[in-house]
Design a protein around this ligand. Structure first.
Ligand code: FUB
Length: 352
């Protein structure tokens, strides 16, 4: 997550104007650009899940907080979460209102960033990154009996959690894992020694010829409230099995990880951040290593790109965001479109 010294805003406005004529609340493979799923509020970072045969979306709720833009993403000063649902792709999108507020999280300081959700043991879990009162990103968890909340936050962050963008994946054997992390504003680079460096780098480690920082993966405890083991690196390697390097900005992990499983393989997808791609890598274990495969989606309008992938009624969909509605990088809107998977399991690159 970072700042936006680009001309993408004007590009967004042009694209928004061009696409304004096509709008269905639908994934339209091979057709016009999908339209924002909801325009009454700004939404981003959509984590989609199917619970009880229905699609639930757990997005960030972007607001104009009038905070100056900086390299740490301070202008993304979100204060609550709204959960959205839809009975079918292309159907009506319902906003279920505020599900969790910053003010109701006892340990939180500022910036509620990209959340995710899970269901287990008859309970819905909302996982969220937020800066604590020392301004260090931690990951919290809140619970509810309903997929739409309201959610009640645990009194403390998940022990040993740090950085941003939790994505919780439950494997076919019922074991759940959390993937997390993000560099630059997501602070992952400040944890490279295992301890938080308050005066550490604000961006990359600047070690271009060393292995890139990895996303993190950890098995969740049975009650889904804590980590069940020490956090591990989810390493992304090239086709020769060598870890991607820090200077490989087109391919290395930046933030926004997501896991899905297809035909027994583990597909880890993520944002490359400053090069604005969604990329994916495939492995034989939920822990990786994951072999880089290619670009899943080319840059959207706006600086950030963040997604989730979900199967619904036999088809695969990608939920993502751009800035069509506002033209402003911190006021985003979510969209959905169908993914095209080739017979060998690879994914076609989407040009948004
Ligand atoms: O929404 C705030 C941050 O922007 C997310 O945590 C990142 O993934 C990026 O989308």
């Amino acid at each position: 997550m970072l700042t936006f010294k680009t001309t993408l805003t004007s590009l967004a406005l042009i694209t928004g104007a061009l696409s304004a004529g096509f709008c269905q609340n639908a994934a339209q493979p091979g057709a016009a650009q999908p339209k924002p799923l909801i325009s009454s509020i700004y939404t981003a970072d959509p984590s989609a899940h199917v619970f009880n045969g229905k699609i639930y979306i757990y997005p960030s709720h972007d607001i104009e907080a009038n905070v100056a833009q900086d390299d740490e993403g301070s202008h993304f000063a979100m204060q609550d979460y709204h959960i959205l649902s839809m009975d079918r792709i292309g159907g009506k999108v319902t906003d279920h209102g505020v599900a969790l507020s910053l003010k109701d999280i006892p340990w939180a300081g500022r910036q509620l960033w990209a959340p995710d959700a899970a269901f287990k043991n008859g309970t819905y879990y909302l996982y969220f990154p937020v800066k604590d009162k020392q301004d260090i990103f931690r990951i919290g968890v809140a619970t509810s009996q309903s997929p739409t909340g309201p959610f009640k936050a645990q009194p403390n962050p998940i022990p040993n959690s740090f950085s941003i963008d939790p994505a919780v994946f439950t494997d076919t054997d019922g074991t759940s894992y959390m993937y997390f992390g993000g560099i630059w504003g997501g602070q992952l680079q400040r944890w490279h020694t295992g301890k938080y460096e308050a005066n550490g780098s604000k961006t990359d480690l600047k070690k271009d010829n060393e292995p890139a920082l990895s996303a993190k993966v950890v098995r969740m405890s049975r009650d889904m409230l804590t980590f069940d083991e020490p956090v591990r690196d989810a390493v992304i390697v090239d086709k020769d099995g060598k870890p991607l390097l820090g200077g490989d900005h087109d391919r290395r992990f930046f933030e926004g990880g997501w896991m899905h499983k297809y035909n027994g393989k583990y597909y880890f997808s993520y944002s490359t951040g400053d090069t604005h791609y969604l990329a994916y890598a495939v492995g034989n274990s939920p822990y990786g290593p994951f072999t880089y495969q290619g670009i899943l989606m080319k840059p959207v309008t706006g600086w950030t790109t963040h997604h989730s992938i979900v199967e619904f009624q036999g088809k695969w969909y990608i939920f993502y965001h751009d800035v069509e509605l506002s033209g402003k990088t911190h006021l985003r809107n979510i969209k959905v479109r169908e993914l095209t998977r080739r017979p060998d399991g690879s994914l076609e690159t989407i040009t948004p």
